[in-house]
Write a protein that binds this ligand. Structure first.
Ligand SMILES: CC(C)(COP(=O)(O)OP(=O)(O)OC[C@H]1O[C@@H](n2cnc3c(N)ncnc32)[C@H](O)[C@@H]1OP(=O)(O)O)[C@@H](O)C(=O)NCCC(=O)NCCS
Length: 170
């Protein structure tokens, strides 16, 4: 039986080891890291998954902002990395964590994006296409920029995505 808990339930080093196991130790060069550089994970939208006290998964979310060509700042959440230890993958843990973050985003009425495989994340409302022309601070396959627009929200097709340092200092 796996259960979700705040990130603070485990040490930062344990989460780093989990991310190394899931993504490889070279993961820090990925564009997703550059997008949210300098921010802190949003506590209410980030958690670890424990199986009898053992860390088996983590999901972190970050404050980011899209700056439109006419200089409007549009805050949203960046979800990810979503990670499950290799020996616990394909047991529904990624699904459990992503479903919960989607429910929390809906409750809060907040839009989110992520860089990920649309084949996996579209089941949770993340769409490939609407954000594929956004500019990110590094290489990215356009179809892997996924947007989960909050109900009633409108997102421009162009803009520059980066860390929301103003919100991170709150
Ligand atoms: C991607 C990840 C978060 C999914 O979590 P999980 O707990 O292993 O997956 P779930 O048990 O929720 O779902 C399993 C299903 O998703 C599919 N799936 C897993 N990763 C997928 C991906 N990247 N793209 C498409 N489908 C995927 C599996 O094939 C499986 O399908 P099935 O049920 O038809 O057999 C996890 O496998 C992981 O941490 N992987 C390493 C990091 C990674 O490669 N991430 C890439 C996505 S950004």
């Amino acid at each position: 039986m796996t259960t979700l808990h705040p990130l603070s339930q485990v040490t930062p080093a344990a989460i780093e080891a989990l991310l190394d196991a899931a993504f490889g130790a070279d993961r820090h060069g990925r564009t997703a890291y550059a997008v949210r550089a300098g921010t802190e994970a949003v506590a209410d939208l980030s958690y670890v998954c424990l199986d009898n006290q053992k860390l088996v998964g983590s999901l972190q979310s970050w404050p980011v902002v899209l700056t439109t060509p006419d200089h409007r700042r549009m805050p949203l959440i960046m979800v990810g990395p979503v990670a499950v230890t290799p020996e616990h993958q394909s047991q529904g843990i990624g699904n459990q964590m992503t479903r919960v973050v989607a429910q929390r985003l809906d409750l809060a009425g907040v839009s989110a994006m992520m860089i990920g495989d649309p084949e996996y994340y579209e089941a949770f409302g993340f769409r490939s296409g609407p954000a594929s022309d956004w500019s990110l601070p590094g290489p990215v396959e356009p179809e892997r920029i996924l947007l989960r627009a909050a109900s009633g929200s409108q997102w421009p097709t162009e803009g520059e995505l980066g860390a929301d340092l103003l919100r991170s200092e709150d």
